[in-house]
Design a binder for this molecule. Structure first.
Ligand SMILES: N[C@@H](CCC(=O)N[C@@H](CS)C(=O)NCC(=O)O)C(=O)O
Length: 281
């Protein structure tokens, strides 16, 4: 692992790191905030998965998570959203919603994407092992959150690995990719036409098929331009109600899809995670 940058922040350290990923077969960059802590202490880990077009940098620079993570003693990890570099296939038209910056947190099975687009394995296996080895992380206390495509990632990973994550939350998530244009394009492109494979990467379908968590926290901007066509939190509401999952879904009037929205509600989400990770209110 190579250090790209390290900066003192809120008494802790904000780092950006690069490593050669066996999952993707590319170099991958991620960021980690380590709050101030006593020597030898192990701290819980909050995973943040980003949305379309993002790298680790968007939330790292605009997410406003550090003060609350320092207060609560939470490590905050932000991976990239796709493999990148020479030989990595992109959307044939260079569109923003598929290919580079749009890995959708799946292990692709379709050529040419299967060669490098292994974001599920990267985020659920390889990067956690690296975090456990290199940072003062208590891997028995992890939680996951994300935005938009990253909200989809947080929900699907949190529902699938429910024993691993003590809290799952999302900002403006894609909740049912099988039913919306962004998701249909991505899942068909990465996984092919087998809809059974899609269901493992669709939060609403996972819940319909029996996946369970005790509770979910979702905030959604009421003025988000993607709300009705791509995000559809109503579908998550229906699925959670039918399954008995305690979903706290709040539509925030006037807020859009941007980091102005995310940063406004970041502290609320991290406090909710902190309570469930044993780090106080
Ligand atoms: N308007 C964007 C659509 C994609 C978008 O809104 N991406 C969201 C995640 S789905 C984001 O976080 N963008 C980066 C940022 O706001 O910093 C574009 O066309 O690039």
């Amino acid at each position: 692992m190579e250090t790209v940058s390290e900066n003192r922040a809120f008494g802790g350290g904000q780092g950006v790191y690069r490593h050669a990923s066996a999952s993707t077969g590319t170099d991958m960059v991620f960021s980690v905030f380590v709050p101030p802590h006593e020597a030898g202490a192990k701290l819980p880990v909050v995973w943040y998965l980003s949305g379309l077009t993002c790298t680790h940098a968007n939330v790292t620079e605009k997410g406003e998570f550090r003060a609350i993570c320092a207060e609560l003693g939470l490590i905050f990890v932000a991976p990239d959203t796709s493999p990148r570099g020479e030989g990595v296939a992109d959307d044939p038209d260079g569109a923003y919603d598929f290919g580079l910056g749009a890995g959708f947190y799946v292990d692709a099975t379709e050529a040419p994407f299967a060669a490098h687009y292994k974001m599920w394995s990267y985020v659920t296996e390889e990067l956690p092992a690296l975090i456990a080895a290199e940072f003062p992380a208590d891997m028995a206390r992890q939680s996951i959150m994300g935005h938009s495509m990253g909200g989809h990632g947080a929900l699907t990973i949190g529902l699938t690995l429910a024993d691993r994550f003590k809290a799952v939350s999302a900002f403006a998530p894609i909740v049912a990719p099988s039913q919306v244009p962004w998701g249909q394009k991505a899942l068909s492109g990465y996984l092919g036409d087998d809809k059974a494979a899609w269901r493992k990467h669709d939060a609403v379908a996972l819940i319909e098929d029996g996946a369970r968590v005790d509770a979910l926290l979702v905030d959604q901007g009421g003025a988000d331009g993607f709300l009705d066509k791509e995000l559809r939190p109503d579908l998550l509401r229906t699925a959670c109600d039918a399954a008995g999952i305690d979903l706290t879904l709040t539509v925030r009037d006037g807020y859009d899809h941007s980091y102005y929205f995310i940063s406004t509600f970041m502290a609320d989400h991290l406090r909710w995670h902190g309570e469930r990770l044993g780090q106080g209110a």
